[in-house]
Design a protein around this ligand. Sequence first.
Ligand code: PLP
Length: 377
Amino acid sequence: MSIQVLKPKFHIDECLAQVRECLEKGWTGSGFKTAEFEQKWKEYTGHPNACYLNSNTSGLHLAVNILKRRYGWQEGDEIISTPITFVSTNHAIMYEGLKPCFADVDEYLCLDPQDVERKIGPKTRAVMFVGYGGRVGQLDKIIALCKKHNLRLILDAAHMSGTRVGGVMPGTWDGIDATVYSFQAVKNLPTGDSGMICFAEEALDKECRMVSWMGINKDTYARTTSEGTYKWNYGVDYLGYKYNGNAIMAAIALAQLPYLDEENARRREIAAMYDKAFAPNPNIQIIGAPYAQECSYHIYEIVVPDREALLAELARHDIYGGVHYRDNTEFSMYTYAQGTCPRAHEISQHIITMPLHMYLTDEDVNRIAEIVNNFVK
Ligand SMILES: *Cc1c(COP(=O)(O)O)cnc(C)c1O
């Protein structure tokens, strides 16, 4: 049996039962299960606001769109971001005519507060922080920096579903303007494609509900259910987008959510097994996680001298590693920033993502670690 790097686990009977409710009711669009999932997510995370969307990418775009309007940002203003991320993070900044200004990463592959501070300039308006691998990195220091320099802070929490620090979800920390989660097909809480944006400020959540639904100022589900008969009339206040989440995806999310904590606990077990196996190997660098006992461990990466050779060696055993992520300044879109983040550039040529998912047995993990240790000498 081949071993994939990421493989979502679906609780199929529960998912089907939830989806069946949507089909029987004849409600698969926004509302119904999406409202229920927003409520459950608020209870689970402690966020006061949660707006369900069709993806995290849409959410990141909305965060920039809405904060831009709120704070009067201009085209050409800058948001400090990381080059080690899925390209959505940086495209979201570009969608609004703002410019990603790249800062280097720290030992956790998250934004390095010292380099962020160096890169703050007259046009800097915000910082976009990625909780890479589910890790919080030095988010506390980034929050302090943003407060000091009066910058907004957006948290790309695509990897962070279930990550806590001292029992608290870091996305809820004071000083973060918007936290955006992903429930894409291989994330810790997989649906098919969907996401959640959690604004700290209630007024921005209200605005987001309109902007994510074409700018329409009334909710179709509320119009239909609370008033008995469907009221067709509505206004349009914003140049909105069709970014709303749907009830089918929310139904799957509702079925998956009760398993998130126990599955993350299993992820931590696997990460600890890898850590233990690789620690004695001087040619393997482990990426540490602060508060590892509460990390969601969306992915587990190591740094090795010859990544391509190790990928090939694993493939020879029908085991498939991955690469998360290529330094974004290597993409033609972002070459203007080449050379500005030397650590990110260096490390992105050597990181390899190890298989980590619910279908791995302890034997699988030990066998993978042994193959890696025997090869990387
Ligand atoms: C997956 C991912 C995204 C995009 O999430 P979608 O829900 O697929 O839009 C953004 N940022 C990071 C770091 C991701 O891993």
